[in-house]
Design a protein around this ligand. Sequence first.
Ligand code: NDP
Length: 401
Amino acid sequence: MSKVLIIGAGGVGNVVVKKCAREPEVFSEILLASRTKSKCDKIAQETGSDHVKTAQVDADNASEVSALIREFQPEMVINVALPYQDLPIMDACLETGVHYLDTANYEPKDVAKFEYSWQWAYKDKFEKAGIMALLGCGFDPGVTGIFTAYALKHHFDEIHYLDIVDCNAGDHGKAFATNFNPEINIREITQKGKYYHNGQWVEIEPMSVHQPIDYPGIGPKESYLLYHEELESLVKNIPTIKRARFWMTFGQSYITHLQVLQNVGMTSIEPIQFKGVDIVPLEFLKALLPEPSSLGENYSGETSIGCQIKGIKDGKERTYFIWNNCKHQDAWNDVQGQGIAYTTGVPAMLGAKMMLTGKWMKPGVWNVEDFDPDPFLAELGHYGLPWHEKVDAKLAFNDYE
Ligand code: NDP
């Protein structure tokens, strides 16, 4: 029985709160806090539970978060606000001695760059304070790291090649919208792509490498090589990996919209003067686009995210595929959310449950693959994300050397 503070009342926050509220024997009291309290109140009311309370907080301000923690006295904080808030919230956790979990690594606001170094630098401090931080416990990062750890534990002596394949074959009916926070999403896609090969990071122009990948139950979809943060922790934690890449699908209409917006400067994070006021074009664009949490009701189709792996077992080459498919309508029926928020929020709730029940608990700052994948994957299907695996799978790639 533990109290939990959840920060962020967007698409993902909606899922985490509703899933936690249904597990009162683990999350006995929930405080949902965010920048806009009315969004917290709406979610809390929809849970129909009287053990969900709400508060207003500016999580860019560590002392405001510390004050809220002191008042509510939670066991842990689940951070599903934006990556910009990771460090202030971790500072507040350190100051007050409570555990921490997030789903996306820290990004400074003024540079579109995401890497674990800033958060990994807190490891000694968290260890000394006797508290734990679990980084990147959504789907990707999150379940993709847990899938890889499971593959290594049960099917490989050494993993050599890892391709994470992420497809959203959904249709929300809008001309252009992003499935999670537009600012973070567009920053991720418009920066250079990067993959790991033989100990080096290889950089490529944005969206310049692509190929069709056949997704289970969906079929072939054009998929683009992007940099994604779990690659950084996985190649560090599994040093036998020779090559690690991340692929994501985008429809032609999405790419055309993005190109136009980029060409006219709307995706820039450099402030410009407009009528005497400094505005950041990407922040302004975010204000115009649909909120990710609003996309769920008429969203059809499904997501498919998994890991295609090649390596060695008992001296022989082996291929392996592990994946989950999630229908947007199932997410809507369960929590009035869409599939991307659902596939992020369910693992965040389950990661928190692993911590609070002591299955995953050690002081320090950790990534998901640092823990035993079995108890997590034993429960993932039960919470709405069933997964599948295939040994000797036919992989989407033929470029192994
Ligand atoms: P949304 O934009 O829908 O929600 C973000 C929420 O954070 C909003 O409620 C927002 O408040 C709140 N917030 C923003 N700034 C502050 C602040 N300074 N203080 C307090 N609250 C603040 O985003 P999503 O729900 O789509 O994404 C949430 C997180 O999940 C992001 O970090 C995203 O990168 C991550 N993510 C991870 C994935 C994974 O698989 N690992 C996949 C998808 C997302 P307001 O309502 O006032 O704007």
